[in-house]
Design a protein around this ligand. Structure first.
Ligand code: C5P
Length: 224
């Protein structure tokens, strides 16, 4: 910041309460694309993304075979207390050590990522709108709504290419766990959303509206 006006603007941004946006949606719905597009507009200096997946409970004390049988689509699979603790720190402008998750080993990795507080916090995850305590921390709640056929196709491609899975294991997990848990826990959280975005990352109109809304809130000093 060089000019006096610039310094004033910086001071205003760094003392106002960070804006918290929750982005939920089924696995493969495109919530990561929505998150990336919003992140891209505001650039790294003002937005931090917290993935709910990184807060799966640590399972390093369990054998690999036991970890395979965990239901990863149930609210109890997540360490929500730690997630809330970290968001509360970011809200008072403290940095955190974000956990890192290893999908091939089905547990937390030993690594941690240092995250600095920012003006906008995006919380992204399948069940991010499920817990009332998390919802209460959010200023804007989105649900990315994508048909099940598209979600399973995307999931098959991603899990085989990026998460070390076989087609058989993806289909088996989808039919026995992902699909029933989606219907029981994820789909019902749509009713908590302020905005439902059909077709995720391809919905440019919805993303533009969100970006405009976020800019307006940030410019007004976050008087929600
Ligand atoms: O990125 P996405 O929202 O799809 O991530 C959530 C999904 O990751 C869940 O549907 C869950 O079934 C899956 N998962 C998994 N294996 C793990 C942890 C999560 O297949 N070890």
């Amino acid at each position: 910041m060089t000019s006096a006006a610039g310094e004033e603007e910086f001071y205003k941004m760094s003392t106002q309460k960070p804006l918290v946006i929750g982005i939920a949606g089924g696995s493969g719905s495109g919530k990561t694309s929505v998150t990336k597009k919003i992140h891209h507009v505001f650039k790294e200096h003002s937005v931090v993304v917290i993935e709910q997946d990184f807060y799966y409970k640590d399972q390093s004390h369990l054998e690999f075979e036991e970890r395979l049988s965990t239901n990863y689509d149930h609210p109890l699979a997540f360490d929500t207390d730690l997630l809330i603790e970290d968001i509360e720190k970011l809200l008072i402008r403290q940095s955190i050590e974000k956990p890192v998750y290893d999908y091939e080993l089905h547990t937390r990795s030993h690594k941690r990522i240092a995250i600095e507080p920012k003006d906008v916090i995006i919380l992204e995850g399948i069940l991010i709108l499920e817990d009332k305590r998390l919802r209460n921390l959010m200023d804007i709640k989105l649900f990315v709504d994508t048909d099940a056929d598209l979600r399973i196709i995307r999931r098959i491609l991603r899990d085989i290419n990026e998460r070390g899975r076989t087609i058989e294991s993806v289909i088996d997990q989808y039919m026995s766990v992902v699909r029933p848990m989606h219907n029981q826990f994820i789909e019902p959280t749509k009713r908590y959303a302020d905005i439902i975005i059909p077709e995720g990352g391809h919905n440019e109109v919805a993303i533009d509206l969100m970006v405009t809304k976020i800019k307006t809130i940030l410019d007004s000093g976050n008087d929600l």
